[in-house]
Design a protein. Structure first.
Length: 650
């Protein structure tokens, strides 16, 4: 039977639960694709009781009954060396409070790495649970001149063996049929041996009986890897790829960014022309459209960034980059798995921190967590794009490269180098010795990624950014708008100050300059004056503690008060109104350089602080992270301001 699957608790949810079936398999074996196909992409996510490791549970209806499907964390062995792997073992052994032991197991193995996977199969069988083996990537095995007889493998193991192509849904119907009859799954007449030497002989005999021929490596793959994994040439290619990456982000997204900015402007004009209430018009036009719209302008860059990352991963290059960077990570006392965690931080530091659970060493996890906020996350991208646009014209070039793309590449490189340095220092401080742990890295074949998979990966990451725009940034924009427009000034007060009450732009500019936000910005001026910041920048920096993107929203509202039609031009020509700096342009080259460097280092994300607290179980390390990154941000920004001022004479 191939009845559909439903989300637990949702419409058409399964009522009668027949079995809890867990998926076990190594990382990259295709386990998640099988899980998604069985549960119809409708699954609940959460954490296991008492720990921070994520769990994924869905439901599947088969044989007229409901079955709970759980995707356990990936593991190469049931001899755990990381928190993720320990959770898998604890669930299989029924030792995790609040989580029932599975009734049956689906062991997902990669046909192209079957020899290694048989060790995991043997260990799973020692748990004496009904077991079925699901073999993935059988299409790839055939394409690479390999061979496997699934029926013969089933006879050799004494277990049901089902070949599937998870991402295309082939063979999933047969898996559902087997799930419906899980109570009648056969068991091996003889359990696999546990002695390593005997286990190797057992695996060899199973492969021989199954007529298994391993996949061949294509000559093209070998030639490419000879270059891409080379210590010198591979590193050169890596930097060239990253350079092209950021040039593409700027050059292709610029026209789309213009369309979004134009749409925001038209919406603001529409509101101003049809909403007569001044406060409501300001709230909708300045706070919502001006603030949130100012951030949404950068969605094209962010989506293109995620699209390119998904393409590089789908092609198979990112795994090579991780392997190549293992040498670099070793300089910081870390290993290649830490690079994967730091690479995840390009989207957001939070998934990067959560990815440290795969690291077997506690001190490696801590060092990587403390370094992850330095990687250039997507929240910094709107700030960087805005400031780089104020610093250099789009047409400016440095040799054959666009100046904007080069600066962006430099900022990403600065974040990565700083993260390595921070990890090295923290590792030195916390290192108490210990044996090195084994490091496994899958080298997937080069392939053209499925367009749907790439688009889903891009949208999944972009959706998180858009969700933040609709929640945190909306709330912050409204709060900022109130702070920038209060207290109220009577017509008599405005006239006494020499403001033309009939000029709405002049009234708005005066109101902003004499608001509660302005008072706050001037209050902290002694801290930020050495960096060249004025009160408006100070308010933006303080508001960015909730989310970095609100810095753009803050400047968008301030600029809209001076020039609703051309806010970017208003920022470029904005001058200081305070007596000590009256008439000076705010966004000079030294100030912009200081801002860029400050945002490169500062920990301006309370959600990241909370996650570090949850992962470490103490407030000690998030407090240290916030303090050292804030102090470093100020010192490095001061250095950048001083050097840029000396070079430009500004």
């Amino acid at each position: 039977m191939t009845a559909g699957c439903h989300e637990p608790g949702g419409a058409g949810a399964v009522v009668a639960e027949d079995a809890r079936i867990a998926l076990v398999g190594s990382p990259n074996a295709g386990k998640t694709s099988v899980f998604n196909a069985l549960t119809g992409l409708h699954a609940k996510t959460g954490n296991y009781p008492g720990v921070t490791v994520s769990r994924y549970v869905g439901s599947c209806r088969a044989g007229g009954r409901g079955h709970v499907i759980e995707d356990l964390p990936g593991t190469y062995s049931l001899e755990p060396i990381s928190p993720d792997e320990q959770i898998t073992v604890d669930v299989l052994d029924g030792r995790l409070d609040g989580t029932p032991r599975p009734d049956a197991l689906l062991v997902v193995v990669d046909a192209t790495t079957l020899r290694r996977s048989l060790t995991l199969v043997a260990q799973v069988l020692s748990r004496a649970l009904p077991t079925c083996v699901v073999v993935t990537f059988t299409d790839e095995l055939s394409l690479r001149q390999g061979h496997l007889d699934p029926d013969a493998l089933s006879r050799a193991l004494g277990l049901p063996v089902l070949p599937v192509v998870g991402h295309r849904g082939l063979g999933i119907g047969q898996v559902r049929e087997r799930i419906a009859a899980w109570r009648s799954w056969p068991v091996p007449a003889l359990a696999p041996p546990t002695d390593p030497a005997e286990l190797d002989a057992w695996a060899e005999s199973v492969l021989t009986f199954a007529d298994y021929r391993p996949a061949e490596r294509h000559k093209a793959t070998q030639r490419l890897d000879a270059v891409l994994l080379h210590p010198v040439w591979g590193t050169a290619v890596f930097f060239a790829v990253m350079m092209a990456f950021f040039q593409t982000v700027f050059n292709l997204a610029a026209p789309l960014q213009g369309y979004v900015e134009s749409l925001s402007g038209r919406l603001s004009h529409l509101i101003a022309g049809h909403v007569t209430n001044r406060w409501l018009s300001g709230l909708l036009g300045d706070a919502i459209i001006g603030g949130v719209g100012g951030v949404l302008v950068f969605v094209p860059q962010i989506m293109l960034l995620f699209l390119l990352l998904a393409l590089l991963e789908g092609v198979g290059y990112l795994s090579r980059a991780a392997f190549l960077m293992d040498r670099v990570m070793a300089r910081a006392g870390l290993e290649g798995r830490a690079f994967v965690a730091l690479l995840s931080s390009f989207a957001c530091a939070i998934p990067g921190i959560l990815a440290t659970r795969t690291l077997p060493s506690a001190k490696d996890r801590l060092a990587t967590m403390m370094a992850a906020p330095l990687m250039t996350c997507s929240a910094r991208l709107p700030v960087y794009v805005l400031l780089i646009g104020l610093l250099v014209e789009p047409s400016a070039r440095i040799g054959p490269f666009g100046a904007q793309g080069l600066i962006m590449f430099g900022l990403y490189l600065l974040g990565a180098v700083s993260a390595m340095t921070a990890a090295w220092v923290i590792k030195k401080v916390t290192d108490r010795g210990g044996a090195a742990m084994p490091f496994f890295m899958e080298m997937p074949p080069y392939r053209l990624p499925a367009p749907r998979a790439v688009l889903l990966a891009m949208w999944s990451s972009a959706r998180a950014f858009l969700r933040k725009c609709s929640t945190v940034i909306v709330a912050a924009s409204i709060a900022l708008w109130l702070a920038l427009n209060l207290p109220l000034h009577s017509p008599a007060q405005l006239q006494a100050a020499g403001v033309d009450t009939g000029d709405s732009v002049a009234v708005s500019a005066y109101t902003v300059d004499h608001s509660y936000a302005a008072d706050l910005g001037r209050l902290v001026s002694p801290v930020f004056d050495p960096l060249g910041f004025d009160w408006r920048i100070n308010v933006g920096v303080l508001s960015a503690q909730s989310a970095r993107e609100t810095f753009v929203a803050t400047l968008g509202q301030v600029a809209a008060a001076q020039s609703p039609d051309h806010p970017t031009d208003a920022l470029r020509t904005m001058t200081n109104q305070d007596r000590s700096h009256a008439g000076q342009v705010i966004f000079t080259a030294p100030t912009i350089a200081a801002l860029l460097v400050y945002f490169a280092y500062a920990l301006q994300c309370m959600a990241t602080v909370a996650v570090i607290r949850r992962e470490t179980g103490t407030w000690k390390w998030p407090t240290i992270a916030f303090t050292y990154l804030t102090v470093t941000a100020w010192l490095m920004a001061y250095l950048a301001h001083t050097i840029t001022a000396a070079v430009t004479g500004g």
